[in-house]
Design a protein around this ligand. Structure first.
Ligand code: SF4
Length: 659
């Protein structure tokens, strides 16, 4: 039996995989304690499914023809160098993946920066980058503050815009253990979710009004003097501005905006404040709005008012993919060096440069993933190297993304499957799947875990780190003579003082290493003055409001048995069988008005386009329509970006017609 990290969600379950039968069962220790959700259980099925890439391919006219690894990598490197020579290094961008290992993310951002550009990003941009920006502003570190195990010791858990019962099912065991101890579970969402089945308080909020609810709760907490005076005085700044700003957000006013009764807002604010300790968990219901950064700041204010951070509480921005936290920590972000260090931090930047054998690294922020498409349309960007991402399906308003991909002088896609994005590529490189290679991954609680190789790479595929090492050498960059993945692990360990004394063996044989430590902010915040900062925020309206033409609000939701663009889960027969057919949820009253009954085929249309699905009547409030994210949802989602570059996947104006 070998231990492998689940390739799906950011909870980071470990699987015990039998090398002969290739079946997975749950690891008994941390973090999943003997539990797995169906995705983890059936995670090996896609590895041997149809459609795996077997060998490198090159576009010749409209055909993709096989070529050797040596020729492929040399030609790609020569074309990248040629484009750099003609247009400069910023005409090239690298898109990393939240599914590949720390070592692989580390190598791709190293290639980008040594090549001369900060055009390196990953799909953290699409989910929790708003949380990173808000957390950096408020507490100085853009990551989850506490381990999962703390959840079961807090007296209240506030779950906001997040449906862990479907997205991170195993974390629910921690929440339920807290509940069995008597903790209050409060769930805020735009519809009745599976998670709400476990809630003491269910708050169905009108989409896009989260700041009003959070400010109204802060109004009650400050007005009734329920806040932790000692914590606020000694460990924070900016309290009086926030107290002033929330005065007008009375529960009565909030009721008119959010649809939640004023008395319920009071009751919930009091219950959360008087619990004495509490966690706040949130997901993309908060971040995927044009107000994403401000939404997160508004809920962080609640934690700061009550001192629910460090020992008495924690902030849990639950990560989407299995290594989205690691991708960010390894520096696969266009505005941060490894460890979320700003590009402007000269001391750290030069230290990284010196480790890599050069004098300095580029200092200008690179393009966000969500800015790449306009840059291609402007002809500023000529080449894109994508590892393990599928923007032709995962990006909002993907029609414009597909148009942009066709315009590139060079598109390289390195992936396990011939994805929708790979169909536009000039070169396609076959990567090995998660269980065919070794490497480390960091889960949402910042635990780095080793994933062991269980079987040999499929056909002529290679682990991503091997391909990237070949590319680095072909580009003539210094320091790419790696022969074992562990050499890269040791190299990234050297960037973090907390890891300097740790060994790869410890990582391989134990239950993981927390970076930088298990709990953050227990006695000091990572801000310049060591204090957390309250940030007063006002409601920001969605980018497009419903109108006569598009009278309904469209949101996207996740399903327990599927994952992102479905490239992996739709290739698992067991998961497909469990899931059944995807459906659009529509309220009973809206359905009646539109003549729609359960199971009817309907068109869902926004200003971007139209998709067709069967209807499921019920499950959402009047005026709201919810579609699963995993299929073709992004043909019609909103591309409006928030300050962190995340699209407003959760709010579009739409109309629905029966076919
Ligand atoms: Fe994998 Fe997440 Fe399910 Fe655990 S909860 S088995 S990490 S998908």
């Amino acid at each position: 039996m070998k231990t492998v990290v689940c390739p799906f969600c950011g909870f980071g379950c470990r699987l015990l995989v039998d090398e002969k039968s290739m079946r997975a069962k749950p690891y008994p220790g941390q973090p999943n304690r003997g539990k797995l959700c169906p995705k983890g259980l059936y995670s090996l099925e896609f590895v041997r499914s149809q459609g795996r890439l077997k060998r490198p391919l090159k576009r010749v006219g409209s055909a993709m023809v096989p070529i050797s690894w040596g020729v492929a990598v040399e030609e790609i490197a020569n074309k990248l160098l040629e484009i750099r020579e003609l247009y400069g290094p910023d005409a090239v961008a690298f898109l990393s993946s939240s599914k590949i290992s720390n070592e692989e993310n580390y190598l791709l951002q190293k290639i980008a920066r040594l090549f001369g550009t900060n055009n390196i990003d990953n799909c953290a941009r699409l989910c929790h980058e708003a949380s990173v920006h808000a957390l950096k502003l408020a507490v100085g570190t853009g990551a989850q503050t506490n381990p999962y195990e703390d959840l079961e010791n807090f007296n209240a858990v506030l779950i906001w815009g997040y449906n862990p019962a479907e997205t991170h099912p195993v974390v629910m065991n921690y929440v339920l253990r807290a509940k069995r101890r008597g903790a209050k579970v409060i769930v805020v969402d735009v519809r009745e979710t599976r998670t709400m089945a476990f809630a003491d308080y269910k708050l169905i909020i009108k989409p896009g009004t989260d700041i009003v609810l959070a400010n109204a709760m802060a109004n009650v907490i400050t007005g009734e003097e329920l806040y932790d005076e000692e914590f606020v005085r000694s460990r924070t700044s900016g309290f009086s501005e926030v107290r002033m700003a929330v005065m007008k957000y009375t529960p009565e006013y909030a009721e008119t905006v959010t649809g939640i009764p004023a008395e319920t807002i009071r009751e919930v604010a009091r219950a959360f404040a008087l619990a004495g300790s509490g966690a706040i968990m949130w997901g993309m219901g908060l971040t995927q709005h044009v107000s994403g950064v401000e939404n997160v700041l508004a809920v962080i204010n609640l934690a700061l008012l009550l001192g629910y951070i460090g020992e008495k509480g924690g902030l849990y921005p639950m990560r989407g993919q299995n290594n989205v936290q690691g991708a960010a920590y390894m520096g696969a972000l266009s505005e941060f060096l490894p460890g979320y260090v700003p590009l402007t931090d000269e001391r750290f930047r030069k230290r990284v440069a010196s480790l890599w054998g050069v004098d300095d690294l580029p200092t200008e922020r690179g393009l966000y993933l969500t800015e790449l498409w306009d840059a291609i349309e402007r002809s500023d960007l000529k080449a894109l190297y994508i590892v393990g991402e599928n923007p032709a399906v995962s990006e909002a308003d993907f029609t414009r993304v597909r148009r942009a991909l066709r315009k590139l002088d060079l598109l390289v896609v390195q992936d396990v499957f011939m994805t929708r994005t790979a169909r536009y590529a000039h070169y396609v490189l076959p990567a090995s799947a998660f269980c065919e290679k070794e490497g480390s991954y960091m889960n949402s609680e910042r635990r780095i875990q080793w994933s062991h190789k269980v079987c040999e790479p499929y056909a002529d595929s290679k682990p991503d780190w091997e391909i990237l090492a070949m590319l680095g050498r072909a580009l003539g960059l210094p320091g790419f003579n790696y022969t074992r993945v562990e050499e890269i692990t040791v190299e990234y360990f050297r960037l973090f003082p907390e890891l300097e004394e740790r060994s790869v063996d410890e990582l391989k044989n134990g239950e993981g290493i927390f970076l930088p430590r298990k709990r953050l902010h227990t006695w000091e915040f990572a801000t310049p003055d060591g204090k957390a900062r309250f940030m007063a925020v006002e409601r920001i309206s969605p980018w497009e409001e419903p109108s006569e033409e598009f009278p309904l609000i469209l949101t996207t939701v996740r399903l327990i048995n599927h994952y992102n663009t479905g490239e992996m889960t739709l290739r698992s027969p067991s998961l497909v069988k469990l899931m059944g057919e995807p459906k659009v949820m529509i309220n009973e009253k809206d359905a009646k008005r539109l003549g729609i009954t359960d199971g009817d085929w309907v068109d869902i249309e926004t200003r971007r386009g139209r998709i067709r699905m069967r209807a499921k009547v019920g499950g959402v409030p009047e005026g709201l329509v919810a579609i699963p994210f995993h299929f073709k949802a992004n043909r019609i989602t909103s591309p409006a970006l928030n300050k962190a570059g995340t699209p407003e996947f959760k709010f579009s104006a739409c109309r629905v017609k029966k076919m």
